[in-house]
Design a protein around this ligand. Structure first.
Ligand code: PBG
Length: 327
């Protein structure tokens, strides 16, 4: 055969493949979700997330120091709130001495350069496990009342020293309200990473085990997006950008690579993708059975998410990925 092009030339050996690789993962791409719980000297396993833990503040600080030494530069904080503190208003979420606020301060004290992002949504604090305030008569999640509550929550995170608030609640109009509240209160350096296209997904199951935050009734389909929709994701994201989002997010990641690409093409702010708990659990479970090579599955998944258009990836595999990239 005499061929004009032999595409395999560029795949002949590892050095050539590496030279022409279009996508490269870097440790600065990763945001590591961190689960904080009450107590001292506590490191609790999460059964549906093997190899992942909830830690008390003291242990969280130790962990964050290690993360920084490994080259992980950003953490996304979630807290597991005591049942006794949960109610329908979620008011524990803006307690200046609440677990989240203490965690932000402790991490910023220990590792000032670590980028600290905080989850903003009421579910860990809600007696109903919903992201917003429930209208008890109808079961509907109230939009505007929830946004008012989340403003208080956001400002308390900013006051504690958060670098970014990360609203995962999917209420309407919240980004503009948060930006305005941050400006008016002098927190002009605090960024907003908006969960812009967050789908109502079964892949959040293990996370809800981890934080004991599963909805007590119904589902989240009146606020999180229908997974059948693509154009709606652009609509949501463009609105968040117009309202002042600094970073936008698509969530989950692996089943939504088309959405990540669409969003990347539509906006000029950084795009993040959340490789969620169920996506973590699937790889772990298959690897435990010997059905998948875990390390290869991690690198292929994260590279595919980045290739699809994600500038940043929130992933429970961040530590593994950084280790694998160094080896
Ligand atoms: C809650 C929130 C959820 C996740 C992040 N923030 C769960 C939900 O919306 O029910 C999921 C993260 C994961 O599954 O890893 N606002």
């Amino acid at each position: 055969m005499i061929l004009q092009h032999r595409n395999r030339i560029l795949r002949r050996n590892a050095a050539i493949r590496d030279m022409v690789a279009e996508t490269q993962l870097r440790s600065a791409d990763f945001i590591l979700p961190v689960f904080v719980t009450e107590g001292k000297d506590v490191v609790e396993a999460i059964s549906s997330m093997p190899g992942y833990f909830r830690r008390s503040l003291d242990k969280t600080v130790e962990e964050v120091k290690e993360l920084w030494s490994l080259g992980i530069k950003s953490v996304l904080l979630f807290v597991k709130c005591d049942d006794a503190l949960k109610d329908n208003t979620g008011k524990e979420s803006w307690n200046p001495n609440g677990l989240m606020q203490q965690a932000v301060k402790a991490i910023k004290d220990a590792v000032p350069e670590m980028i600290v992002m905080t989850d903003v949504a009421l579910d860990p604090y809600s007696e109903y496990g919903h992201d917003g305030i429930v209208d008890v008569k109808s079961g509907y999640i109230l939009n505007d009342e929830t946004v008012e509550a989340l403003i208080k929550m956001s400002l308390s995170h900013a006051a504690a020293g958060a670098d970014f608030i990360a609203p995962s609640d999917m209420m309407d109009g919240r980004i503009g309200m948060f930006r305005k509240a941050l400006e008016e209160s002098g927190h002009t350096h605090v960024g907003i990473m908006s969960y812009s296209a967050k789908y109502a997904s079964c892949f959040y199951g293990p996370f809800r085990d981890a934080l004991d935050s599963a909805p007590g009734f119904g589902d989240k389909k009146t606020y999180q997006m229908n997974y059948a929709n693509r154009i709606e994701a652009i609509n949501e994201t463009l609105k968040d950008v117009a309202e002042g989002a600094d970073i936008v997010m698509v969530k989950p990641a692996m089943a939504y690579l088309d959405i990540i690409r669409e969003v990347k093409n539509a906006v000029t702010v950084p795009v993040s993708a959340y490789h969620v708990s169920g996506e973590y659990a699937m790889i772990k479970a298959a690897a435990e059975r010997g059905w998948l090579d875990e390390e290869k599955a991690i690198l292929e998944s994260l590279t595919a998410i980045k290739r699809s258009g994600a500038d940043l990836i929130a992933t429970y595999f961040a530590k593994d990925a950084v280790r694998l990239l160094q080896s």
